[in-house]
Unconditional design. Structure first.
Length: 714
């Protein structure tokens, strides 16, 4: 444990002044080595010590101000800086969810004293400059804390622009035919005949008979709608002391499917049939996307997106499931997702000038864990063997039951899931791509922290999940970050002089390296001979581009020197970064290989490859093939279909047939558990080479390597 305090450290030795702290006193920090136990257990033991030492006294409270957001919060003693940031609604990158294992939650204490733990993720120079890991330190006084660029959440505008690409009804390159417009919510304008002594049919029966002529099948109608029906069908006139009911009979019936029946959701006076809207939602691990869809015309009125607020609890699904296990954690995770959707709805209705009362349904897609969080279902069992989710085909529910404020009786439909690690985003992706309808064999890749792969055509569908890890999201990478403003997203290395050229998202000064940039970098390093086919650095090829790590003495490739980066630090790729990416790409390639071989085929039998997800839109196919992430196939066979999760949700909301079809897709999928497949580990090991142990699978890559090296690559 170390205490960040004044010019004289706890060990009694003088340290040079580093920066100005509270008041006008010059202070610096000294580091005292920490005893056992290691992180993350130290954090909890420290919090317990705080409480134990103050059992008989009132807990201290500290005011913390976060820069540059200028947000403040007051926390009790024993609250970590990371939790304080969450309370202040300030984003601090914490890919591991605050477990102390990623080193991404770097902040700078500008004023005040903190107590915490020593860590391998900070250099001595960074500690002298005031850097700490937010999840590992606790306030001992009021604080001013700066969140540096590499730890901030930036680029909301970029995400919003990205969502605009997903407006179209069908995706370019997908086979899904234009569905006949038959929206899940139907509005029927009716003119009902006035009751007479000869026809005294009750209001409810009169209405249901009229609706049945327009929409066949069983109909149900709730008590709330029945109660308001007489006043909707008639006008009440009050003259002096008498009431007079005048028949009108002009109403609009709102009908929605609920499992095997149709429900009459509402009856509105007059003709409101042109005001019929729904939401297509993608509850992504990283991003939440919402489309406001006009169910009358089939067009998207507005689209919006934002980062999933659960990011503050961890970047990947497992970190968030662990966070949900803590007291109050499950409710917090549920509320975070609901609030994100609510924020997007506010934005959509404001821009489209649409009332929430005219949004009658939402169709939500996402992985199994995210949909469980949305519905408030138990998620812990998803990560525990035998990996049993609470539900994979939840029935339609009132949106209000989960906290969504659309039409009070509006319906939430959830895309069906296959299992714990193949969720509704995959069934939606199959629907959007049309893979299940095609005659030719096709592969669908959804590349992310939990990579899913689907193989099939109209005759069969098989799917599997590959635990790829967080490398594509910037996790487990020394200078990794999300695809946000300032992230390096493409890299080129010139073979003649080994100079590096890189581009960043929004053209901002480089802050870190996102997944696509990392893939590009490894591909370019391989082709330039900076790494060999096993992934080992070849320092002699470009000694001026390498530095020696101040922490472990291993070589690190300098992608961007400190004077050109936004952080003031060298942006580097370490040997561990290369090894992590090789394992990640090996996992996904081996998963696809396992599916193909399981049905007695080879990659050459695949006629189409669909790459789903926003991440896929930035991928360079050549780089992906060069490192062995994707199989080597002719370029015309590879199709990027964007956010197929929200695309499938949109198809389902605009066509009852498509909504039924996605449930049929779920029934058709055969899931293969790779962890019990003895051949998978062998395939994975073979794939952990650049591009693969069997070089014959990637002939064009080998030819390029031969041209560079001037000799045959074995």
């Amino acid at each position: 444990m170390f205490l960040l305090s004044g010019t004289r450290g706890l060990a009694g030795r003088e340290v040079a002044p580093a920066h100005r702290m509270m008041g006008s006193t010059e202070r610096a920090w000294s580091l005292i080595p920490a005893p056992w136990p290691p992180a993350p257990y130290r954090r909890w033991s420290l919090a317990i010590r705080h409480s134990a030492t103050r059992e008989s006294t009132e807990l201290s409270e500290f005011r913390i101000r976060f820069l540059p957001d200028e947000r403040e919060t007051v926390v009790e003693d024993g609250t970590s800086l990371l939790e304080a940031a969450r309370l202040a609604n300030v984003y601090v990158g914490a890919i591991c969810g605050g477990e102390g294992s990623c080193g991404k939650c770097r902040v700078i204490v500008r004023q005040g004293d903190v107590e915490g733990e020593s860590t391998e993720y900070l250099t001595r120079d960074e500690i002298r400059r005031g850097y700490v890991l937010a999840c590992q330190v606790f306030p001992r006084s009021d604080l001013v804390v700066e969140v540096p660029p590499e730890s901030r959440l930036v680029g909301y505008e970029g995400i919003d622009r990205e969502s605009e690409r997903f407006r179209d009804f069908a995706h370019r390159g997908a086979e899904a035919p234009p569905a006949q417009l038959d929206p899940v919510i139907e509005k029927f304008y009716l003119v009902l005949p006035e009751p007479t002594l000869d026809d005294p049919t009750a209001d409810q029966e009169r209405l249901l008979e009229a609706v049945a002529k327009r929409r066949g099948g069983p109909l149900q109608m709730g008590l709330k709608v029945t109660r308001q029906l007489p006043r909707v069908l008639r006008r009440l006139q009050v003259r002096r002391s008498s009431w007079n009911w005048t028949w009108d009979g002009r109403v609009t019936a709102v009908v929605a499917p609920r499992s095997d029946v149709n429900e009459l959701l509402d009856v509105e006076p007059g003709d409101t049939s042109d005001r019929n809207y729904g939401l297509a939602l993608d509850i992504g691990t990283t991003t939440v996307v919402a489309h406001l869809v006009d169910l009358t015309t089939g067009t998207t009125r507005e689209a919006a997106a934002k980062y999933n607020s659960q990011i503050r609890y961890g970047a990947d699904v497992i970190s968030r499931i662990n966070a949900a296990r803590r007291p109050g954690g499950a409710a917090a995770m549920h509320q975070a997702v609901v609030q994100d959707v609510e924020t997007l709805i506010d934005d959509l209705v404001k821009r489209a000038q649409v009332g929430r009362k005219n949004i009658y349904c939402a169709v939500a897609s996402g992985n199994t864990a995210m949909l469980h969080f949305l519905l408030g279902l138990e998620v812990d069992l998803i990560r525990l063997s035998p990996f049993v989710p609470a539900a994979v085909n939840p029935p339609p529910v009132r949106a209000a039951e989960v906290g969504l404020r659309i039409q009070p009786r509006g319906i939430l439909y959830v895309m069906p899931m296959v299992g714990s690690f193949v969720g509704g985003d995959i069934t939606a992706g199959i629907l959007a791509s049309g893979l299940h309808r095609g005659e030719e064999l096709a592969l669908l890749f959804d590349i992310g922290t939990n990579g899913e792969v689907v193989l099939g055509n109209r005759d069969f569908l098989v799917a599997c999940s590959a635990s790829a890890g967080p490398a594509f999201e910037g996790g487990s990478v020394s200078c990794g970050m999300r695809a946000a403003s300032g992230a390096i997203d493409s890299v080129r290395i010139f073979h003649r002089n080994l100079a590096v050229s890189a581009t960043t998202i929004d053209g901002a000064p480089p802050v870190g390296l996102c997944g696509t940039g990392l893939i590009d970098a490894l591909s370019e390093m391989l082709m330039a001979g900076i790494v060999d086919r096993s992934g080992r650095f070849q320092v002699h090829r470009a000694p001026e581009r390498f530095r020696t790590s101040p922490e472990d003495g291993r070589p690190e490739f300098i992608l961007v020197p400190a004077h050109q980066s936004a952080t003031g630090r060298d942006l580097v790729i370490t040997q561990a970064d290369v090894e992590n990416l090789i394992r990640t790409k090996g996992s996904i390639y081996a998963a696809a290989d396992s599916l193909v071989r399981a049905v007695g085929l080879s990659f050459q039998d695949i006629r189409k490859v669909y790459i789903a997800g926003a991440f896929g839109n930035r991928l360079n196919v050549t780089s992906c093939v060069s490192i062995g992430l994707l199989p080597e196939l002719p370029g015309e066979r590879i199709h990027f279909i964007g956010n197929s999760s929200v695309g499938g949700a949109k198809l389902a909301i605009l066509s009852r047939r498509m909504l039924e079809e996605v449930h049929q897709i779920r029934e058709r999928i055969s899931y293969i558990e790779l962890m019990v497949d003895p051949a998978y580990m062998e395939k994975f090991t073979s794939a952990c080479f650049l591009p693969h142990t069997d070089a014959g699978r990637f002939p064009s890559v080998v030819r390029r390597l031969e041209q560079r090296a001037g000799h045959v690559v074995e």
